[in-house]
Design a protein around this ligand. Structure first.
Ligand code: NAD
Length: 428
C-alpha cells in the first residue's frame, strides 16, 4: 500500500520505517525541516535501538522517503497515519491542536477513497470529531483509529512483534483497509469502533501506571516494616492473575506517555462528571515517589545544603534519550532547592537535560567522574553502565553513600565493602 505518515517522532518514524520494512511504500512527513533532512540522510533524530539500521536499509531500497511536502505525500498515498503529538494542557486535558492541523493538511490534499488513520493517543470521541475537517475535502474517505503500544527503547521490536493490533474503524470498509496494512502479522486483531479503540489505549496505560504506583506504595510500606519489596513483588507476580511485569518498585514512572495519558483520562472522565478515584491517586503517588530519594539522602546527610550529590541516569528509563516527565527532573530541582551542588551522568540524554538546567548543574562524562568527591549517589535510571558499577567506583566519593532508586545494585556487595546503601523498598 502507498502510505503517508504525518509526524516523525517516536511513533511516526518507527511506524514509517517498520511499514516500509513490511513492504509498503511509505513517505514520512514532518513540519520540522531539520528532522526531515536527517531522516532523508539516513540519520535517526532520536536514539532508538535498531531504528537507524532499518531506516538506512529502507531508504536505499526506495520503499521509504521523507519530506516536508505533506500535500504531495498525501495525494500520492492511499492511507495517511496521523502520528503527531498530543501534549497535556496546564489542566491535564489533551491538546488537540496538532491533531487538528494534521487532519487539515490531509483534508486539503487527499483524493477520493483516502483512508485517514489516527495513531496518536487521543481521548474517546476525538477521531470522530475530525469528520467535519475531513468532509471539507469534498471527497469520500475512510476513517480509522489504530492505537500504538510500542515502548521507547524497544520500539522497533514492539512494533514488529505486537501482542495485539487494535483496528478501530468508522465502518467495515475502513477497518478492512487498515487490516490490509497489518496483513503480515498473525497476532490477535481486535475490530472495534473508533471510541473503543481510543479507550483501549488509555485503559492499557492507566492499568500499567496503576501497577507501578501500587508496587511503589507497597515498597514505601515495606521500608517501614523491614521487608524487601523485591521478594514481595516476586511473591505476588507468580500469581497468574497478577503477573510479574510492571511490579518493579522504584522512583516513579515518567516519559511521554504514562503521565500525560493518565492525566488526560482523569480530565476526560471529570469532564463527564465522573471522578476516577483510583487513577487520580496513581498520579498522586507518582508525584511523591522521586522525592523519596532526596528524603533518604537528607536523612543520611542531615542537611543537603552545600553537599555534592551525584545523579546517575536522567532519561525516564534506560535505552532512550527521552527525559519528558522523567523522575530525574523533579529530583534535580529538589536538590537545587535544598542548596546542593548537582553532578549528573547519563549515556544518552545529557544534551536534553542541558537545555533545561544549562550551567546550573555539572555534567560528567562517565559514572566514575560523576561520583568523584560527592556526598551521595542517587541511582535514578538503571542504565547498564550504572548496574555495572562496583564498590571500587564509589570509593572516590567524599563519603560513599548509595541511594538506589531503581534497586539496580546488589546491596550485599556494597555493604560488605563498607558503603552505606539505601534503596526504595529495601527495608533494611
Ligand atoms: P513526538 O513529539 O516525538 O513527535 C511528533 C512529531 O509530529 C514531531 O516531529 C512534530 O514536529 C510532528 N508534527 C506536529 N504537527 C505536525 C503537523 N501538523 N504535520 C506534520 N508533522 C507534525 O511524539 P511521539 O512520542 O511520537 O508521540 C506521538 C503520539 O503517539 C502521541 O499521541 C503519543 O501519546 C502517542 N504514543 C507515543 C508513544 C511513545 O512511546 N512515544 C507510544 C505510543 C503512543
Amino acid at each position: 500500500m502507498r502510505i503517508s505518515v504525518i509526524g516523525t517522532g517516536y511513533v511516526g518514524l518507527v511506524t514509517g520505517v517498520c511499514l516500509a520494512q513490511l513492504g509498503h511504500a511509505v513517505t514520512c512527513c514532518d513540519v520540522i525541516k531539520e528532522k526531515i533532512g536527517l531522516i532523508s540522510a539516513g540519520t535517526s533524530p532520536i536514539f532508538e535501538p535498531k531504528l537507524e539500521g532499518l531506516l538506512k536499509k529502507n531508504l536505499s531500497s526506495g520503499r521509504l522517503k521523507a519530506t516536508t511536502d505533506i500535500p504531495s505525500a498525501v495525494s500520492n498515498s492511499e492511507m495517511s497515519f496521523i502520528c503527531v503529538g498530543t501534549p497535556s494542557r496546564e489542566d491535564g486535558s489533551i491538546d488537540l491542536t496538532y491533531i487538528q492541523s494534521a487532519a487539515e493538511s490531509v483534508s486539503k490534499s487527499m483524493k477520493d477513497g483516502h483512508v485517514v488513520t489516527v495513531k496518536s493517543t487521543v481521548v474517546p470521541g476525538t477521531t470522530q470529531s475530525l469528520i467535519p475537517i475531513l468532509e471539507k475535502s469534498g471527497h469520500s474517505f475512510g476513517l480509522c483509529m489504530n492505537p500504538e503500544f510500542l515502548k521507547e527503547g524497544s520500539a522497533v521490536d514492539d512494533f514488529m512483534n505486537p501482542d495485539r493490533i487494535v483496528l478501530g474503524g468508522r465502518d467495515d470498509a475502513s477497518r478492512k483497509a487498515l487490516a490490509k496494512v497489518y496483513a503480515p502479522f498473525s497476532c490477535p486483531k481486535l475490530e472495534v469502533d473508533l471510541s473503543t479503540a481510543e479507550m483501549i489505549k488509555y485503559a492499557a496505560n492507566a492499568f500499567l501506571a496503576t501497577k507501578i504506583s501500587f508496587i511503589n506504595e507497597i515498597a514505601n510500606m515495606c521500608e517501614r516494616g523491614g521487608i524487601d519489596v523485591t521478594k514481595v513483588a516476586e511473591g505476588i507476580g507468580l500469581d497468574s492473575r497478577i503477573g510479574p511485569k510492571f511490579l518493579k518498585a522504584g522512583c516513579g514512572f515518567g516519559g511521554s506517555c504514562f503521565p500525560k495519558d493518565v492525566k488526560a483520562l482523569v480530565s476526560w472522565s471529570k469532564s463527564r462528571s465522573y471522578v476516577p478515584l483510583v487513577i487520580e491517586s496513581v498520579l498522586e503517588v507518582n508525584k511523591k515517589q522521586p522525592l523519596m530519594l532526596v528524603d533518604m539522602a537528607q536523612k543520611s546527610l542531615a542537611s543537603l545544603k552545600g553537599k555534592t550529590v551525584s545523579v546517575l541516569g536522567l532519561s525516564f528509563k534506560p535505552d532512550t534519550d527521552d527525559i519528558r516527565e522523567a523522575p530525574s527532573l523533579s529530583i534535580i530541582q529538589k536538590l537545587l532547592d535544598s542548596g546542593s551542588k548537582v553532578v549528573v551522568y547519563d549515556p544518552q540524554s545529557m544534551e536534553n537535560v542541558k537545555r533545561i538546567y544549562a550551567d546550573r548543574i555539572y555534567y560528567a562524562k562517565t559514572p566514575q567522574e560523576c561520583l568523584e568527591g560527592s556526598d551521595a549517589a542517587l541511582i535514578v535510571t538503571e542504565w547498564k553502565e550504572v548496574r555495572a558499577l562496583q564498590p571500587v567506583d564509589f570509593k572516590a566519593m567524599k563519603r560513599p553513600l548509595i541511594i538506589d532508586g531503581r534497586r539496580a545494585l546488589n546491596p550485599d556487595l556494597f555493604i560488605k565493602a563498607g558503603i552505606e546503601y539505601h534503596g526504595i523498598g529495601w527495608g533494611r
